[in-house]
Write a new protein. Sequence first.
Lengths: 272, 539
Amino acid sequence: MRDADLYSWGNPWFRWSIVWLVVLTVLSLLVGFIVLPAVHSDFTAQGIWAGICRAAGVPSEWGNRGEAAVAAGPSSTNVTISAAMTRHGTSDAIGRGATIAVQQCSMCHGAQGMSVANAPNLAGQYPEVVIKQLHDYARGDRTSSFMQALAQNLSERDIADVAAYYDSLPKARTAPARYDEPAAPALVRVGDPMRNIAPCIACHGGIDHKLGTPWLEGMPKDYLVAELRDLHSGARHNDSHAQMRNMARAMTAKEIDEVADFYARREKVPER
Amino acid sequence: MFLARRLVLAHFAVAFAAFLLAIVLGEWQMYVRSPLHAWINNPEHYYRSVTAHGTVMAYVLPTLVAMGFGYAISELALKRTLIGVRWGWAGFWLVVVGTAMAALTVAAGKASVLYTFYPPMIASPLYYLGVVLVVVGSWVWVALMCINLWAWKKDNPGAAVPLAMFGNVASALLWAWTSVGAAIEVLFLILPVALGLKDTIDAGLSRVFFSWTLHAIVYFWLMPSYIAFYTIVPRAIGGRLYSDTMGRVAFVLFLVFSMPIGMHHLFADPQVGAGFKFVHAVMTALVTVPTLLTVFTIVASVEIAGRLRGGKGALGWVKALPWDNPMMLAVAFSFVMLGFGGAGGIINMSYQLNESIHNTQWVTGHFHLIFGGAIVIMYFMIAYELWPHLTRCAPLPQAIIKLQLWLWFVGMLVLSMPWHLVGLLGMPRRMAYYDYSNPALQSQAWTVTASTIGGLLLVISALLFVYVLVRARKGAATPVPFTFSLAAHPYEHTPVALNGFGLWVAMMIGLTIVNYGYPIAQLAVLKETSVPAIPIGGP
């Protein structure tokens, strides 16, 4: 019994193993790539070869819709968040950012990034959040008459520096939005699985912080309510892959109010 | 004889210690999402636990059992000392260090990505490096098994390789090629992102690579149990193996067909063409062939035992079987669970039927029944069989062992049958909580409680199992020499094709290239297939 005897066509084990494997493979390829696609007329409308390509997963246009169909629909965002955006800025960048911020941002967002004008607080905001929103304003993906005009005049470096400046300021803290915070509404802690609403704290900090999601604690309530309503209606649509629109769409006005109320609470507010 | 005793013992000790911790986590998961407990406030804790449970049960336990059992087989079947014991220890420590690294990272909440990784979620690199160390440690075992077989063949030219060693090396080769998919995914796609060198990841391609590993790994888990079916069960119940050749055919068929079928896990994934999904479904169907061959051969072997014990008639031999023998119980339980689990598996692999159960609790039920049930119950028997030889302990208490097996069998059915049922009703898997107050779900709440009770039985069974092993009085007896099953026709001729692996490995690689080559190449060169990574475990 030598191994060499095996690898010859005369050995029935060798011969039949190869033959059956090839027959099986070819048959299943035939069925999978030719017979089954032929059952669906749209699969093979452009000929057998096109059908084979589709069965193989080659990207193709379906039904000649072309680029026009892709281009339709409101633009969401053009920003891909990268890890580089999340890094803390150098003191040089923070200094430049502070100069720009004092001149252009402090009127609404507050001298130290804490707004008294129902604009969002920016103190301690994650840098990638500020960068993304400013880019979205500049492109018109997020709308605001003030912010679009201001953002369009900022260079790439200006934006990064402003983000670095606000990142360097201390965050507003309120009663913590954590899973073991008893005052937190259910939507904040556990979401609502039957309506596909994820818990706020799964992305906004508390359980996990996902890239690109803003720090919410201490935000002015009016701002939070306005944004959630706009996301609910689709008027605001610069969230990538409709992540927030899909959450807000299912929320009632009462729930929006409760969640905003919780995130806007200040520490000195008397207990309910 | 049996110089690798301590090496095997070390593998089993770590495997079963990890198993005990992971099974408690599993039961905790079941409990907190049942109506017996309020919603868990932090779902991340749940997914942390799922990740740890899956990583231990899918990577650590079966890998260590296969390695330890493999070293034992090498010495016991080839009747010579293991070549490369030191390398074996090095492999063992790689697995242990890797396990510790991954476990600590998961415990710290930095790797709640589930054991299937799921890009674009990205965990701490320490988790992936830990898993890589486990796999590299197992590759040492693969190499040692091949070297030991090669050396034996050189000294015994023309002799038939003992069936246990043949299955063992088939398992090692299967694992070597299987693990390449996940290794490529982790090393070239995930780790660069986890280390911060890249911000985006080709999630579709990653999933295709993982599917390369994901299904064949199941057959790597299963191989030790199949080796036990063929080479231990007939001897343990006083019978003969019906056919040695059939065992070899089953092992080589697993080698050829378990690999190029993983895309049946991707039926709902858009990045793979429907044609390839169909071909993978066909090849998956073929894995039933070695399984049914095994069921037939082992039932025939058991029948031999029944007839040797005086059983007569068409079914009289069943009554005559040694039902008070734990091995008899275990193999019967295993086959019942294999039957249900296998039938469910055929539904999973069918391209159309899969639609109705994809990502539901049905899938969880399926793999718990077939792996946790049919396979792991044989891991217990392997440990019970080898323990007297590893520790020179007195005979193990048969009554407790039988109780343990019964608890495992009943517990696994009570755990997994409700999962199958609610899976058909559409209950999604991987949920940290269900809203039982919703009228649509309220009627399904009892099934989760039932599964929790089944899980509790499994925990008790696992505690009994570890108790029996730990309390065995070491050094109290000199065991009789270990033997494997004798074939009913011990001098039957072994064809040269079934005495080596060259042809089968070539077929396995060839089929992999046919079934995976184009999808991988296409996704690798397609532009704009990457998505932003989502780091897990932020502040």
